[in-house]
Design a protein around this ligand. Structure first.
Ligand code: MF3
Ligand code: CO
Ligand code: CO
Length: 267
């Protein structure tokens, strides 16, 4: 297996899929309030992707080896759920934090992005965790340029998170993406500068750090998918799909409703 390098029309295909994925999150945003169930969010997202965008929801029936087919169209990970939370009939409560992870397929190309939402009024601790995780993702993105290595990305995220007293989940990582949902390389959210793959223009991959308020240890639930913090501490995640350009990076999963990048990016 090797890392695929996208060119020309392939990059345009990625740009379109990625913008559409981000636009699903824009569409969902006004609905994420106390009282809505994660199944209702899943249905809204499914119908928007299929009927409005003409996309395929990539998670639906996705079955990597060792996993049962994923039963829903999106992932909704609430509070101490780290990732791969399966939508259910449980309603969001005031103060809940939820990661909504959208992956669409358009013309064969995958776009993968997630954001954190707070239902109603969040605690100071919840807001701090969500904001810090957003900045951690951008600390990694900022390292992306030809000649840099994936270890530079992971190290930037890890040091930022750990210096703030939080922990980085190790068992799940970002990934190459294109005609396949999960391609090489693996994009670890921890590591040593100057190690791992060297970045080359035309690579497309996700950066999607999972950050726990407590310890980094995880547990998988009996549904075979949902990952939670072992200590039940809150966990947050943000995800963008990025392209390595000749001079740096292009974030592909942007749309009108994307949160602004942090000040250390915009200057
Ligand atoms: N979107 C997730 C990621 O960022 C993968 C979800 S796989 C699923 O890689 F089957 F749970 F949807
Ligand atoms: Co991903
Ligand atoms: Co994702």
């Amino acid at each position: 297996m090797t890392i695929t390098i996208k060119t020309g029309a392939e990059i345009d295909g990625m740009r379109q899929a990625c913008r559409l994925a981000s636009e699903v999150l824009d569409y969902l945003t006004p609905h994420i309030k106390p009282g809505i169930t994660t199944n209702e969010i899943d249905r809204l997202a499914h119908d928007y992707m299929v009927n409005v965008q003409g996309c395929i929801p990539a998670p639906l029936n996705y079955a990597p080896s060792g996993y049962a087919p994923y039963p829903k169209s999106i992932c909704t990970s609430v509070n101490h759920q780290i990732c791969h939370g399966i939508p259910s009939d449980k309603a969001l409560k005031n103060g809940d934090i939820v990661n909504i992870d959208i992956t669409v397929i358009k013309d064969g190309w995958h776009g993968d992005t997630s954001r954190m939402f707070i239902a109603g009024e969040g605690s100071i601790a919840a807001k701090r965790l969500c904001n810090l995780t957003y900045e951690a993702m951008w600390k990694g993105i900022a390292k992306v340029k030809p000649g840099a290595r994936l270890g530079d990305v992971g190290h930037a995220i890890q040091t930022f998170v750990e210096n703030a007293g939080f922990s980085v989940v190790r068992e799940f990582c970002g990934h190459g993406i294109g005609l396949k949902f999960h391609e090489e390389p693996q994009v670890l959210h921890y590591g040593r500068p100057g190690t791992a793959e060297e970045l080359v223009p035309g690579m497309t991959f996700t950066i999607e750090p999972m950050v726990n308020a407590g310890k980094r240890d995880i547990k998988q639930l009996g549904d075979g998918w949902t990952i939670v913090t072992k200590d039940h501490s809150l966990s947050a995640q943000w995800e963008h799909t990025v392209l390595v350009t000749e001079t740096g990076y292009e974030v592909l999963t942007l749309s009108a409703g994307s949160p602004q990048p942090p000040a250390f990016i915009t200057g």
